[in-house]
Design a binder for this molecule. Sequence first.
Ligand code: S3P
Length: 421
Amino acid sequence: MKERGVVRVPGDKSISHRALILASLATGESQIEGILDAADVRSTAGVLRALGAPIPDLSSDFSVTGLGLHGLKSPDNTLDAGNSGTTVRLMAGVVAACRFSSRFEGDASLSRRPMKRIAEPLREMGAQFTFENGEDGLPMIVHGGNLSGIAWNTRASSGQTKSCILLAGLVAGVHVTVIESRKSRDHTERMLISLGVPVSVDDLSASLLPVESLSPLELTVPGDPSSAAYIIAFGVLQTEGEVRILDVCMNPTRIGFIQTIMDMGGDIEITDRKAIAGDEVATLVVRPSMLHETKIDVDRIPSMIDELPLLACVAAGARVRLEVREAAELRVKESDRISTVVSNLKRVGADVEELPDGFVVKPGNSVLAGDVITEGDHRIAMSFGVLAALGKNSINIDDRDCVAVSYPRFWADLESIRLTR
Ligand code: S3P
């Protein structure tokens, strides 16, 4: 089959945040290759710098000399997490274990997002929280200190909450256990284990035992499967030529979208599998496909939570029925993603119904046209960007620049495969 293009998606966002945090806490020099240079990861770098960590400008190959587990300094100013939930929730765990106070703020979207989920376990461990606007959201002050160990059931599935508690345990030097209802992304556990930290993982629980110090990292960040998802979606929805996507992270907690597209009849060949930093990485060859309806197993939702708006757009583009339930968590992402995806699909003429905890897309118009209002949400912009790049669709996106949060090269990469060679 004729080749449409080759894409190397940027480094994984979740792994990039964690790499900066762990490198700052390590004793010695960490070497990091392929980090994602995007607004969210820059927010984590900025917060760490404000706490005294010598993080250089992000580049494809750079090193960080860590301060050790107890080397962070009291910040002079407010810590600005920008649009990034991962920055504030993971760093709250880190500073909760430090004997000073840290004030976090963020943009309008982040300020509305729930922080109680991390404040509750951290309070139980001994930290104190001040919320400036009621009992949740940002700005928030974390008064850190003498933490004790905890066994915490999140009754949810959240990589950020789990990582927050594990990082608090790591810095405080206390035993922590996190139990979840469904397994969330496990990069923190894998990275800590690869650095020799005694972390034991048993299906829905992860436990960390104290260590004296953390070894530096030597890490190549694999391609982000959440960014690859947009390229995959375009690859299966267009009518000719194959797209090759290099070195995509195939961590089992992240590939729900790929598995679901394959269940829908998507022609995705997984080749060149190799192990990098405790995770599998592979090249994906994506070909035009006739997609059909599939039933979504709710256990798979956490492994594709960020890709659900895109899946809705794929269903609308392929004119197949899709029902997503038990995904109410989408309502507290960068936007209320159930509402933003449903209202925008309606705006472009698709047949879609909003549910309290999800949505139903039904086969509808073959040509989609209209104006998309992203509400500054990068994943809404990219999901509709895929539909906009297809066939006769005529879709205008109000804020194309917000893709800088996670995938700054998105429009160029999409254009490179849109134009058949
Ligand atoms: C992330 C976890 C997920 C995900 C987010 C990144 C992480 O959030 O949606 O984009 O890096 O741990 P939750 O922990 O809120 O599910």
